[in-house]
Design a protein around this ligand. Structure first.
Ligand code: PMP
Ligand code: GLN
Length: 378
């Protein structure tokens, strides 16, 4: 049969986690914690399941949860979205991204993506008939060259996708970046899809630069987050979008036919648990300690490491160890050394290889120490 995405193969996260299992390697590839979510969350889910909340949730999400999301948004970013008209709960940020792109991109529209970029963006753009316009981030700190972005924007540009904190690089956008973006798209119809799933993992005392803080960006943005990252529950697949009413109407047209609604008892449990501000307010320190430990453990190694500014990922350059292509190197590392990581070239349309691997440090201290021991021996 003819394929709609002939060049797309199985996602690297499935490939590397599969290889890690096959070779019993320490899996620092696909991003997920190796520790459990808060016990109280588990108890809340059980409570709601026992109480009979096991049928369809409302299409846009359980209202209590949308209300709590609004209050949290006001607390953190100074803007109170209308839970009825601006907040939609989705089956993970993955569904939110797909629904957002499907809702706004028409055949022939161009969408600016910054590379390396998360692997679900480009297939979604192409399936909508859109044309991805790739702008590389500047190595080695992966900042955005806004002049280059400006040059790639034209009358066909429908949207730009930003991601802060950034997967896979750990770079974070600053207030100045957001101002620059707002200025560049001022006077155009360009929309912003802002992937902020790592909003609670910004380190060294920096603030997360949400589009929701910024009045002129907020009016034309779909902001996306994920409870999987914040509550150590990647397997629950619950995320959400915040977008102005007109965009939300369009997004929900997609959401209602992609999944219709999202798992009910988990939404109810999260609605209760969102009151515990301490959980997400302590997350930066919690993950910064893991980043610092991992970087410190890698110091005696031949990897070159620039500490990540956000996310639970750390890039490491391996040029001093091997000249192999990063995909080959990552596979060999898994097979022979017993540590799995993600090769960064897979996040470039032309597989640009800057000799970086991405390691996930959302792991127990013991896991990080064991992995580092093997990496230092290289
Ligand atoms: N965007 C980015 C940048 C991510 O890293 C992830 C998680 N891998 C997602 C979206 C998808 O999130 P979810 O697991 O909630 O679907
Ligand atoms: N977002 C996770 C990562 O970057 C993986 C999610 C997935 O496996 N699709 O590692």
């Amino acid at each position: 049969p003819s394929s709609k995405l002939p060049d797309i193969t199985t996602t690297i996260f499935t490939v590397m986690s599969g290889l890690a299992t096959e070779h019993r390697a320490i899996n620092l590839s696909q991003g997920f914690p190796d520790f459990n979510c808060p016990e109280e969350l588990v108890e809340l889910v059980t409570k709601y399941m026992r109480a009979g909340f096991n049928q369809y949730a409302p299409m846009p999400g359980v209202l209590q949860l949308r209300e709590k999301i609004s209050l949290k948004t006001q607390l953190l970013y100074g803007y109170l979205p209308d839970p009825e008209r601006e907040v939609t709960v989705t089956s993970g940020a993955t569904e939110a991204l797909f629904a957002a792109i499907a809702a706004i991109v028409k055949p022939g529209d161009e969408v600016v993506v910054l590379e390396p970029c998360y692997d679900s963006y480009i297939p979604a753009i192409r399936l909508a008939g859109g044309i991805p316009v790739h702008v590389p981030l500047v190595v080695p700190d992966f900042h955005i060259d806004w002049n280059l972005v400006k040059k790639r924007i034209c009358s066909r540009t429908r949207a730009i996708i930003i991601n802060t904190p950034h997967n896979p690089t750990g770079a974070v956008l600053t207030h100045h970046d957001m101002e620059t973006l707002a200025n560049i798209i001022d006077g155009t119809d360009i929309l912003v899809i802002s992937d902020e799933v790592y909003e609670h993992m910004v380190f060294d005392g920096d603030l997360h630069s949400s589009v929701l803080r910024h009045p002129s960006l907020r009016e034309r943005s779909i902001a996306i987050s994920s409870f999987g990252k914040t509550y150590h529950t990647t397997g629950w697949k619950i995320g959400y979008t915040i977008a102005p009413p007109a965009l939300t109407v369009e997004l929900r047209k997609m959401h209602q036919f992609l999944t219709f609604s999202t798992v009910t008892p988990m939404q109810l449990a999260l609605a209760d648990y969102l009151d515990q501000e301490d959980h997400y307010l302590q997350l930066p320190a919690f993950y910064q300690a893991k980043r610092d430990l991992f970087c410190q453990l890698l110091e005696p190694s031949r990897f070159q490491v620039f500490p990540s500014s956000g996310t639970y990922f750390q890039l490491a350059r391996y040029e001093a160890i091997s000249k192999e292509h990063d995909l080959e190197f990552a596979k060999r590392l898994t097979r022979e050394i017993g540590v799995a990581a993600i090769p960064v070239s897979v996040f470039y349309h032309d597989k640009t290889d800057n000799k970086f691997l991405r390691f996930c440090f959302a792991k127990s201290e013991e896991t990080l120490r064991k992995a580092a021991e093997r990496l230092v021996a290289l």
